[in-house]
Design a protein around this ligand. Structure first.
Ligand code: NDP
Ligand code: GDR
Length: 344
């Protein structure tokens, strides 16, 4: 039975990846942080929290000793480093914590592998945020990087260190440059889930209005469950490499808002521009969307659209779920959660 460490099992991708690996017969060691209130809602939602092959391990990426002991005790075949301080907005307020967790954390694991057994395969959760300021459209593996946030900079360090350890120590280190991927398990601080949860609340009369920042930002959004399959495929390939996973379609935040309201049968009329932009529900004339500048970022990534051809050709990976299907799935899940009186 193969053994895999999945860091960050309490997050969206960690939960989906653990589910995928358990279904493939792996023994999975999912890591979580010691916190005052531990939050396993995602693995509970997937029904895997009591799976006999799932082991929950307390672990913090910022601790080198912890990393070496964990890898040494478990002796896994594969390590998927999914954990991170992953919220771009927060990284502007906590640049050094983001550097320690999201950047240096990866090297703690790479060092542990180097010390214990360099045959352990390593997956690094890299990101389209590394592309940042547009250099090329669509973005692919060879596109120059220009990160626009402390998060993007920290991820770029971890990305290059993965490549450096691959080339220096013959470690099977893969870097997946993943574009935004969403699901009903997405955290509510991220824009898609904030939108679908608020649309559900407005629909149920629990909230009046959705407040957002920059609605002109364009993102390439896919379905998280399909993206974790791409991570797995990278570690099963003949040689370690870097791959982009994306849908090759880009839409604005505004488009996603329109789509989410449409999923509950509401048409919007958009008015104004910039901070004065609003959207009105045409069925009753109420303002349901407005701009709150507090959600603007000091520097923005305006346009992301990825070219996943390499992953398709070499790994047989392809996204299947359309953005409309994904948005509807998320709105429906949030309607059920809000109806049942809880919403994570
Ligand atoms: P989430 O924010 O949902 O999950 C992050 C996980 O990291 C959580 O389990 C969190 O634990 C854990 N974590 C945070 N800090 C530490 C730490 N110091 N030590 C150990 N664990 C820690 O992220 P996603 O699932 O969305 O993303 C997964 C990975 O992929 C991240 O690295 C992210 O940066 C990257 N990525 C995500 C994309 C996306 O669109 N989702 C796109 C490209 C890359 P806790 O629950 O305790 O906070
Ligand atoms: P992103 O995702 O920064 O792309 O990082 P997020 O959903 O936070 O923002 C997407 C875009 O929406 C704009 N926006 C808002 N964002 C949030 N969160 N809240 C708002 O109210 C709001 N209004 C407008 C943002 O400015 C931005 O342009 C995600 C994370 O999962 C990273 O970890 C990952 O690496 C990248 O995706 C790829």
């Amino acid at each position: 039975m193969k053994k895999a460490i999945v860091t960050g099992i309490t997050g969206q991708d960690g939960a989906y990846l653990a589910e995928l690996l358990l279904n493939k017969g792996y023994e999975v060691y999912g890591t979580y942080r010691r916190t005052a209130s531990v939050n396993f809602w995602r693995i509970e939602d997937l029904g895997i929290e009591k799976h006999e092959n799932l082991h929950l391990v307390e672990y913090d990426l910022t601790d080198q000793a912890n990393s070496i002991r964990m890898v040494g005790d478990i002796e896994p075949d594969e390590v998927y480093n999914i954990a991170a301080q992953s919220f771009v907005g927060v990284s502007f307020e906590q640049p050094l914590a983001t550097c320690d967790i999201t950047g240096k954390g990866a090297v703690h694991l790479l060092e542990a592998i180097r010390i214990i057994n360099n045959k352990i395969k390593y997956y690094q959760a890299s990101t389209s945020e590394m592309f940042g300021l547009v250099q090329e459209i669509p973005q692919k593996e060879s596109t120059p990087f220009y990160p626009r946030s402390p998060y993007g900079v920290a991820k770029l360090y971890a990305h290059w260190m993965t490549i450096n350890y691959r080339e220096s120590y013959d470690i099977f280190g893969c870097s997946g440059i993943l574009f935004n991927h969403e699901s009903p398990l997405r955290g509510r601080e991220f824009v898609t889930r904030k939108i679908t949860d608020t649309v559900a609340k407005i629909e149920m009369g629990k909230q009046d209005c959705l407040e957002l920042g920059n609605m002109d930002a364009k993102r390439d959004w896919g379905f998280a469950k399909e993206y974790v399959d791409g991570m797995y495929r990278m570690l099963q390939a003949d040689k370690p490499d870097t791959y982009v996973l994306a849908t090759n379609r880009t839409e604005t935040v505004r488009d996603f808002v329109t789509m989410a309201f449409k999923a509950v049968g509401k048409e919007l009329e958009w008015k104004g521009t910039g901070v004065d932009e609003t959207a009105v529900d045409t069925s009753n004339g109420k303002t349901v969307v407005k701009v709150n500048p507090k959600f603007y970022r000091p520097a923005e990534v305006d346009l992301l659209i990825g070219d996943p051809s390499k992953a398709k050709n070499e790994l047989g990976w392809e996204p299947k779920t359309t953005l409309e299907e994904l948005c509807k799935m998320m709105v429906e899940a949030d309607l059920v959660r809000n109806k049942n009186g809880f919403s994570f």
